[in-house]
Design a protein around this ligand. Structure first.
Ligand SMILES: [Zn+2]
Length: 301
């Protein structure tokens, strides 16, 4: 890969033509900036208004253009809680998201805030962080959903270049979006792909659908595509193929264990899994609910 790698310092690094990625230490989340002659597209907005204000100051270090559009790759707070701060600085700019993500942003955000407030029910993907130093700024943030939604595909016209927004199917959430910058061969994968942690199988995930979504994404990639995961370092098509293999293995194992009515804990213990036990248990619990009833039968005795 020829791209320079952003460090986890929140600084925007140009990874391809007029495409900058800032990797943030807090939750190791990425924010991406794409510039055209109409202005800037900002993809994902961090986990609080305060964090977003700092990030917007960093935008000024790389370009003087204004933000003209925002995309949320999905509804989770660490990708949407800066929406309000962006709109405060650039009133009225369209904030794009999949219709499912936009519809869930406020509820999902309130759930995250409850967890940060200490009322953790133990199901959140980021539960270890709920008492961290960012607690106050998360609680002080007003969740603001996207203002422009779509169901399959959309385009953001930046003047001399276009950016494609694609819903490849359900996976990490019901409303995952990948963002493609075709002329720069860059793809922003949201949390359908994670580099620095296992894929996050939260209570709003679709473990059985996830492999097909990644198949769709893989078809958008070339061997040279710079892939920006939702969290962690830049990756490539080979990494996405590996992660597709892992989530595919998990989906098959869920289907197999659920159809034999093996209890979740037993399935987690007995299987060969590509991810740590906590991730596997979350995937199994969520996946079992999604196996069609007709595919289940009583255990053989
Ligand atoms: Zn997420």
């Amino acid at each position: 890969m020829h791209a320079s790698a952003p460090g986890p310092d929140g600084r925007f690094t140009e990874v391809a033509d007029r495409t900058w990625v800032a990797r943030h230490a807090w939750l190791d989340v990425n924010v991406t900036l794409v510039e055209g002659d109409r202005g800037l597209l900002l993809v994902d907005t961090l986990g609080s208004e305060r964090a977003a204000r700092g990030m917007l100051d960093e935008v000024r270090r790389v370009t003087t253009r204004d933000v003209v559009a925002v995309v949320n790759t999905h509804e989770h707070f660490d990708h949407t809680f800066g929406n309000g701060a962006v709109l405060a600085r650039w009133p009225g700019v369209p904030v794009h998201a999949h219709e499912e993500a936009a519809a869930r942003t406020v509820d999902s955000g309130r759930t995250a805030q409850e967890q940060y407030a200490g009322q953790d029910d133990g199901t959140d993907e980021h539960r270890d962080q709920h008492r961290d130093e960012h607690r106050d700024e998360v609680l002080a943030t007003e969740p603001v959903p996207a203002t422009v939604t779509f169901s399959s595909v959309a385009v953001v016209d930046l003047g001399d270049r276009v950016v494609e927004l694609v819903h490849p199917g359900r996976g990490h959430t019901a409303g995952d979006v990948v963002v493609r910058v075709p002329d720069a061969d860059v793809l922003l994968a949201g949390d359908l792909v994670e580099e620095s942690a296992p894929p996050s199988y939260g209570p709003d995930s679709y473990p059985l659908d996830w492999p097909a979504a990644l198949d769709f994404v893989a078809d958008l990639l070339t061997p040279d595509t710079v892939v920006v995961p939702g969290h962690g370092a830049l990756v490539d098509k080979a990494f996405v193929a590996d992660q597709r293999g892992d989530v595919g293995m998990v989906a098959e194992a869920i289907f197999d264990a659920a159809s034999r009515s093996v209890p979740v804990e037993q399935a987690a213990r007995e299987g060969e899994w590509p991810f740590p036990e906590r991730t596997v248990l979350e995937a199994l619990r969520r996946g079992y609910d999604q196996v069609p009833r007709a595919a289940r039968r009583l255990p053989l005795v």
